[in-house]
Design a protein around this ligand. Sequence first.
Ligand code: CAO
Length: 471
Amino acid sequence: MTTRKKSKSRTKPAGKKSARKVVKLAPRKTAASADGLPRPSTKPWGQAGKALEGVRILDLSHVQAGPTCTQLLAWFGADVIKVERPGTGDITRGQLRDVPNADSLHFTMLNHNKRSIALDTKNPKGKQVLERLVKSCDVLVENFAPGVLDRMGLTWEHIQKLNPRMVVASIKGFGPGPYEDCKVYENIAQCAGGAASTTGFDDGPPLVTGAQIGDSGTGLHLAIGIVCALYQRNRTGRGQKVNVAMQDGVLNLCRVKLRDQQRLAHGPLTEYPQHPHGKFGEAVPRAGNASGGGQPGWILKCKGWETDPNAYIYFITQAPVWGQICKVIGKPEWITDPDYAKPEARLPRLKQIFDTIEQWTMTKTKFEAMKILNQYDIPCGPILSMQELAEEPSLRKSGTVVEVEHPTRGKYLSVGNPIKLSDSISEVKRSPLLGEHTDEIFKKVLGFSDKEVVDIKGSGATGGIPSKDAA
Ligand code: CAO
């Protein structure tokens, strides 16, 4: 009997049945016709299981990039089994601790809805367990340094032998090329992917952003790749490798800057603050707070800016509402003035225009300004602090900000699933304690007998006993 069969009662392997059927995408004659798809469920929305129910993930990921990906898959219903080194676990459990002896907020906020197994993958028994997990899971996710997975014995060839249906998803800092062997963290990816060179002000150094586009951004890219590979597996019956390099993920998010690099060859970037007074070099310059699109924007001071570092508003001079903008800020003459009436005429005067608008925004709080500008459909947005976001009732209501109870740290706030599916509702469950589910997984997922569990534990593979065989 395979380990897979033993675990049948908990989750059904994804694609096991459908791999034999080819899903045709021809239009269905009736809602109930077969065509490879089941009849539409009659269950109430949100009660027909979760999107990824039946998919089991072997999560070897750590820190942020990989855990972001597997957390998202877990929110969509995948059974995520996080393998962690006994004793320490994911290194982030102990980093930036705010509460003594409790898992860090970093760890708890990136590992919701997962199960944890403590396993020394360098212990021979631990290695056997790891292979059993490979046979029992649909997807392996890892973001080790280059070469680590191979050194663990899990080469692509070996995984294929153990489980040809497995999708093997990896994040590395760089793709094939001069830096492929490098270890990479968030800010390195931002720098190497084009974000830092295009962020900040012209007269300052390159700047990294607070948004974790290198780690979390790449994790999101990986999740999309995994779901596509699983979908393809439904037709082909076989797994595949899914690789995302952090440099590539960041560059993908900087797509518009590569656009501008090519536009630069044809003349100055007229929407950039360097136009018309500053100089353009050979590469896309840092554009300060200029809007990335064809609708010029800037960050403007609001009432209270002298003491509140976040009393600002982002204001876009969208062309279709130019007339409304002029009326609101008390410059109705600009509507017909040839220096201001058309978008092209405004481009060389943007600084002066924003300075004038700022005279108006400085008389209002950012929320007062929002209220007025929204009445006229003028695109704008308040600069919201983390404190304001944490307290925003609408984000609590939508489940984007959630309060979670944890056994050792008590209540904490987290960001919930930002992707809302109407038939797969996400519930945010606390992150697991280190090794919390080791026994449960040994017995219910891997089908080990009591004696086998005693043997594995006696070997030190789950920690506690120092392993003689450990490398
Ligand atoms: N049991 C035993 N050993 C384990 C283990 C387990 N359960 N889990 C991990 N290890 C071991 C690995 O086998 C590896 O050992 P060897 O080097 O001897 O083979 C070792 O832990 C360290 O792995 P690592 O090199 O990946 O970890 P690091 O802390 O040195 O580097 C990082 C961290 C993030 C820089 C590196 O993993 C990396 O570059 N990853 C790819 C890019 C990436 O994802 N960066 C994002 C980081 S933030 O999300």
